[in-house]
Write a protein that binds this ligand. Structure first.
Ligand SMILES: *Cc1c(COP(=O)(O)O)cnc(C)c1O
Length: 394
């Protein structure tokens, strides 16, 4: 069949360029040690930054949620799928970021991908003249949100505020939406949010902050990037994910209540999808308590200590480290094949580190993406350091 032949040809082309991706099947819960093909591996590739994905209290809350509310929600939020657990979760999430917004309110989503599609299409709905200003290194879901919004989109160079200002100056759109990751997912560095926000306020633009990697890990109480930078503005639209540091699944958007009302009425990625299982929301309530409390603070401090340990221990000459102080610690190798070979050599030794290639990152910047978790201990990180230092010399 010709249609299949065409697909096969495309797959072969990917294979030739070392771009075929393979899934490994994990047989154990997410954690610092996972089992694949019956073999235990030390994993440095999940986004479970606080080590909560298999935490007793959250697992028990998930079981309790299932006992209280069953498995499925049965419908979208606007039909009959919006349960008490979702409402409680939204109330708690509103408290989390309330100090940074005006008339704050939050809504929950089943994934961050959906939340980003909803925010960007929702803020620009009904305004064909709206314009989007998107940071070059933004996550794919933000890029897709801008595509789905079908309005003019400008991509500004990474962290280049002068270039962004030139674009804002030249724009006469009434609705302007600046969109950025807070922690860049493949580089680990932070966006200059205070300066970005000042620019947005000056030009009357929304600032959409995707805090997928900051929520739970940044800020004294784990409230994320807004707490870390002590930001407060009615122009802020905040997106946090709940499947990374929070250890469960889902996401939320928090902003002025008028923005949230607009999303509920207009955002198709919110309206036309089944609400997440209420048990998930119930489990997240337990996760938020941990994040905000003493245990969360302990875990964040431990994570920071591991980041410092890695930083002190790595002695790399050829491979380049990126300047990151977060749990995301990329090691830039460049070539796709070299990166895959390095990843495979680590895997041989029982160390699972993500090897990231284009199109996830720019061509020529393939890298190992080490992610640390509060679930790791110092011996785990020491083992990784020894392996990386030795591998780079071979
Ligand atoms: C993971 C991620 C998302 C998507 O969140 P999911 O809940 O996994 O769908 C969005 N933005 C960024 C920056 C991410 O890293």
């Amino acid at each position: 069949m010709e249609l299949l032949a065409k697909l096969q040809q495309q797959l072969h082309a990917l294979e030739d360029r070392q771009l075929i991706r393979k899934r490994r099947t994990v047989e154990s819960p997410c954690g610092p040690r996972v089992t694949v093909d019956g073999r235990e591996l030390l994993a440095f590739c999940s986004n479970d930054y606080l080590g909560l994905a298999n935490h007793d209290a959250i697992r028990h809350a998930l079981q309790e949620g299932a006992a209280l509310y069953g498995a499925g929600s049965g419908a979208s939020h606007l039909i009959s799928g919006h349960g008490r657990a979702h409402a409680q979760l939204e109330g708690r999430l509103t408290q989390f970021v309330a100090a940074h917004l005006e008339a704050p309110r939050a809504i929950s989503f089943s994934t961050g991908y959906m939340a980003n599609l909803a925010v960007i299409t929702g803020l620009t709905a009904g305004d064909r003249e709206a314009e989007i200003f998107s940071e070059e290194l933004n996550h794919a879901s933000l890029i897709d949100g801008a595509r789905l919004a079908r309005v003019k989109t400008h991509v500004y160079p990474h962290a280049d505020l002068a270039a962004l200002e030139t674009l804002l100056q030249a724009s006469s759109a009434a609705t302007r939406v600046v969109v950025t990751d807070s922690v860049f997912s493949m580089d680990g560095n932070l966006a200059p949010l205070p300066a970005l926000l000042a620019l947005c306020e000056q030009y009357g633009a929304w600032l959409v902050v995707d805090d997928a990697h900051g929520f739970g890990t940044l800020g004294e109480r784990g409230h994320g990037a807004l707490e870390h930078f002590d930001l407060r503005s009615p122009y802020l639209v905040y997106m946090g994910t709940l499947g990374k540091a929070a250890g469960v699944a889902g996401a939320f958007v928090a902003a002025h209540e008028t923005v949230i009302d607009t999303l509920i009425q207009k955002a198709r990625p919110y309206i036309f999808t089944t609400a997440a299982p209420p048990a998930m929301a119930h489990a997240l309530l337990a996760s938020l308590d941990l994040i905000e409390g003493a245990e969360g603070a302990r875990r964040r401090a431990h994570l920071q200590a591991l980041v410092a340990q890695l930083d002190d221990g790595l002695r790399l000459a050829r491979w380049r480290r990126l300047p990151s102080k977060t749990a995301i610690q990329p090691i830039l190798i460049g070539d796709n094949g070299d990166t895959m070979r390095a990843g495979a050599a680590l895997y041989e030794q029982g160390l699972w580190v993500g090897a990231i290639r284009p199109p996830t990152v720019a061509p020529g910047t393939a890298r190992l993406r080490v992610t640390l978790s509060a679930g790791h201990d110092r011996a785990d990180v020491a083992q990784l350091i020894t392996a990386l230092n030795a591998l780079e010399r071979t």
